[in-house]
Ligand binder design. Structure first.
Ligand code: C5P
Length: 231
């Protein structure tokens, strides 16, 4: 049964390092990878293209339910997946900071979240899944074997995001990034539905001031403690 397939959830605020940790963990374990934020980002990008207002819950939920999305592994650790929308590569469009802010606007809407839930659950396939997001452990995969809540200070997260975007030649200012991280945190933590918070059974890992390898070691030790072997 699908419920027997192991899931590791990695939740936390933006820029905490969830993406890179999830990607490395899924490749070590040979598990599937779900970048749930990408689904909200795509919904936001399509809403903007189709000029659907960000508070139009019903049309946005219909849009979310009908998204024809494919993730294609690239082999590039910096951008491990290309995201295709009905065959169009929209990876670059969804990775801008503005697309992150738009994503957090559509993510406030309960029907949009519901519309994306089945799609997210369909990623639970053998031998296992690493699911990256905000509510993976609290809502989407409540029975996950390991739940990690990865966090870091807003300043550190802004610096990391700045470097990431610069490396991709996306032009940004550090201060503007810090503002948008705070704005997104505020929206994600205070929304009524599926607010960003650790699951009661999550292990909290603060990555402020520690490198990716040390964070990965901590996460791997939790995974091992719970008997997950990988595919
Ligand atoms: O993780 P990422 O930065 O790509 O997510 C973009 C936005 O999508 C987040 O700020 C959040 O508002 C929303 N999101 C969410 N639930 C998830 C993943 C992302 O609400 N599981």
């Amino acid at each position: 049964m699908n419920a027997d397939i192991p899931v590791v959830t990695i939740d936390g605020p933006s820029g905490a390092g969830k993406g890179v940790i999830s990607q490395r963990l899924s490749s070590i374990l040979r598990f599937h990878l779900l970048d749930s934020g990408a689904l909200y980002r795509v919904t936001g990008v399509v809403a903007r293209r189709q000029k659907i207002p960000f508070d139009a819950e019903q049309p946005l939920a219909e849009l979310a339910k009908r998204l024809d999305i494919e993730f294609i592994p690239t082999g590039d650790p910096e951008e491990p997946m290309s995201v295709l929308l009905s065959g169009e590569d929209i990876t670059r469009d969804i990775r801008t900071d503005a697309a992150g802010v738009d994503a957090s606007k559509v993510a406030r809407l309960p029907l949009v979240r519901l519309g994306l839930r089945q799609l997210q659950r369909s990623f639970r396939r053998a031998p296992g899944l690493v699911a990256d997001g905000r509510d993976m452990g609290t809502v989407v995969f409540t029975t996950a074997r390991v739940k990690i809540f990865l966090t870091a200070s807003p300043e550190e997260r802004a610096k990391r995001r700045y470097k990431q975007l610069k490396d991709k030649d996306i032009d940004v200012s550090l201060l503007a990034l810090l503002d948008s991280i705070r704005e997104r945190d505020e929206r994600d933590m205070n929304r009524e539905v599926a607010p960003l918070k650790p699951a009661a059974d999550a292990v909290i890992v603060d990555s402020t001031g520690i490198g990716i390898d040390a964070v990965l070691d901590k996460v791997l030790s939790e995974v091992k403690k719970r008997g997950i072997k990988g595919g």
